[in-house]
Design a protein around this ligand. Structure first.
Ligand code: GLN
Length: 581
């Protein structure tokens, strides 16, 4: 009897212990999860667009990464486009291709450059993506007969995507930029989704407002009122910013910081001065002057994990600013009639790639935008190109400016001026070579002249059906593909390895029928797809030309400040060698 009692007691004691242990364990695990809880920083723009919200997001992400955290950035675009692939770069800036092949907004390029790593497809979201998902789910009875409404169904889907990006990246902190400006109808649901995330996780979500403080010429004084109004508008969404980044032509003085702090209900230290500066790469360094990362980590209850002090970053910025040896590069393109404002946006990754390699080589690049149309027609004078140390023909589509680009390529090939062709720039170099070296006068690309007998650049077989059915969205050969490099070539020497991986965005390719003839004529296909079918790089041997090279891919998408792209570096080296100092 006693024994049985003892056994019963022991069993219940065991059970009780196990239960307790489990409780403790569950508690521990919970705390661990709590401690590991993901943090979200939303960056929202006020007053007006185009004041550098993307750069602010990138710079903050770089700072937090520097403090030892895993950081991912996310861009939220309010457009109904499902991705950025169908947008015209003249109006919307460059289409930045991720390694996954997703065609995204140019801000994603800035994020990757500042973070120094690839971002995933989960790190980009458009209204189009969100609505497409919700509507497809509704069609599949996913909402089980309920009304489907903007709130909560669309906002829930947005929130799901915030979480998905955090999870997929495995990072500690997400810095999420909401496109547009407060007050836009289009981005209101994204702000609402962010607000709900904050309500559910009050300690893990903060808001940053990037505002603008104008200095009207006639008044000559920095005005805070537009920022105050922006905050009020944000407040009407139920959101109070934790930090205000005050962009402006000048630094913010203490008086204005106090004024913004008082009228916008934020501590004065949380008002960060962000004046215009020479280079976007200085922005992280500048933010630290106002202790931005310290304030963010404080608000998120995180201790910095590493005291790095942006060492490598500062070295890069010093190199960039310290370079004196000039190199003059001409960029021959077609989006140049709309003025400088658009230009730099349409080719932003190319421009940045040049800057990174130039800084590495101690060169100060000067970029000139040359309208391809100016090289067309009977009175065109391409010989002006001899004043450049190097010429780039970047990617493009369609017929505009093609004759001018071909004339420019012929001139730089014949006059041994360093040439770098990116995607279309490579295809056109092959056409020019076929016409003027092999004598195939009607050589062309079927993108422009499908009727020509000699389509040296032809549509890729699997693209024919896509075009016939007008399925243009996300159907090009997109994203990262490997290529094998031929020993002894400029490309192989620049990369210093045999297998590379680069990002693509094209429908046409070098027609395999012409490869033997092109090679016999002296063109070298130094990079090919692993199966040998697709020509990835074309070049002339160095003894024939100091640098004449084109890539079917877009090297600019993988160029980073701290790891400049080897082909841009090789091109600039050749350009610098041509220049008589
Ligand atoms: N228009 C060309 C193609 O589709 C080149 C594209 C590009 O330059 N990105 O193949």
């Amino acid at each position: 009897m006693r024994r049985r009692l003892c056994q019963t007691l022991a069993r219940s004691c065991q059970q009780c212990c196990r239960k307790n242990n489990l409780l403790v364990l569950r508690e521990l695990r919970f705390r661990k999860v709590e401690m590991k809880k993901h943090k979200y920083i939303f960056v929202i723009g006020g007053v007006m667009s185009g004041v550098g919200k993307g750069v602010a997001t990138s710079a903050l992400a770089a700072l937090l990464q520097d403090k030892g955290f895993g950081v991912n950035t996310m861009k939220v675009d309010p457009y109904l486009n499902v991705d950025a692939g169908t947008m015209n770069p003249t109006e919307h800036g460059e289409v930045f291709v991720l390694s996954s092949g997703l065609e995204t907004d140019q801000d994603m390029g800035n994020y990757e450059r500042f973070l120094g790593r690839d971002l995933g497809p989960e790190d980009y979201m458009t209204s189009g993506m969100v609505y497409k998902h919700v509507i497809e789910k509704e069609r599949a009875l996913g909402y089980k007969g309920k009304f489907v409404e903007a709130i909560p169904h669309v906002t829930d889907e947005i929130r799901r995507r915030f979480l998905l990006s955090a999870e997929a990246s495995g990072s500690d902190i997400s810095v999420i930029e909401i496109g547009g400006t407060i007050g836009d109808y289009q981005n209101a649901l994204f702000i609402e989704a962010a607000r709900v995330l904050k309500i559910k996780n009050p300690e893990d979500v903060i808001f940053i407002l990037v505002s603008y403080l104008p200095v009207p010429g006639t008044i000559g004084e920095m005005k805070t009122r537009p920022t105050q109004n922006a905050i009020r508008q944000l407040n009407s969404y139920g959101v109070q910013p934790d930090i205000i980044i005050a962009r402006g032509p000048e630094a913010l003085d203490h008086k204005r910081k106090e004024k913004i702090a008082f009228s916008c209900s934020v501590p004065v230290d949380n008002v960060i001065s962000a004046p215009d500066i020479e280079s976007i790469y200085e922005v992280p360094v500048n933010f630290e002057k106002d202790n931005l990362s310290g304030i963010v980590l404080g608000l998120l209850r995180l201790n910095r994990r590493r005291k790095n002090g942006l060492k490598k970053w500062k070295t890069f910025v010093n190199r960039l600013k310290g370079a004196v040896k000039a190199v003059h590069i001409g960029i021959v393109g077609k989006y140049f009639d709309t003025g400088d404002f658009i230009l730099s946006d349409a080719y932003i990754s190319v421009i940045e790639a040049v800057k990174h390699s130039a800084a590495k080589l101690g060169l100060k690049p000067r970029l000139s935008w040359l309208n391809a149309k100016d090289f067309e027609g009977p009175n065109a004078d391409v010989s002006a190109l001899k004043n450049y140390d190097g010429v780039i023909v970047p990617g493009g589509f369609g017929e505009t400016g093609i004759a001018g680009k071909l004339a420019a390529i012929r001139f730089v090939r014949e006059n041994k001026i360093p040439y770098f062709g990116l995607c279309y720039g490579m295809q056109l170099a092959v056409i020019e070579f076929a016409r003027n070296v092999l004598g195939i006068k009607d050589a062309h690309t079927s993108e422009i002249d499908p009727g020509t007998a000699n389509t040296v650049i032809d549509i890729m077989p699997d693209q024919k059906k896509i075009i016939a059915e007008q399925k243009y969205g996300a159907t090009m050969r997109l994203g990262s593909y490997p290529a094998h490099l031929q020993p002894g070539t400029i490309a192989r020497m620049a990369y210093g390895k045999e297998i590379i991986s680069e990002r693509h965005r094209h429908r046409y390719e070098v027609n395999p029928k012409y490869i033997t003839d092109l090679e016999k004529g002296g063109l070298v296909f130094s990079g090919r797809s692993p199966d040998g079918v697709l020509m990835e790089i074309a070049e002339l041997p160095r003894k024939k030309h100091p640098f004449f090279l084109g890539t079917q891919f877009h090297p600019e998408f993988q160029a980073r400040p701290l790891s400049p792209h080897p082909l841009f570096t090789a091109f600039l080296k050749a350009a610098a060698a041509r220049r008589k100092h």
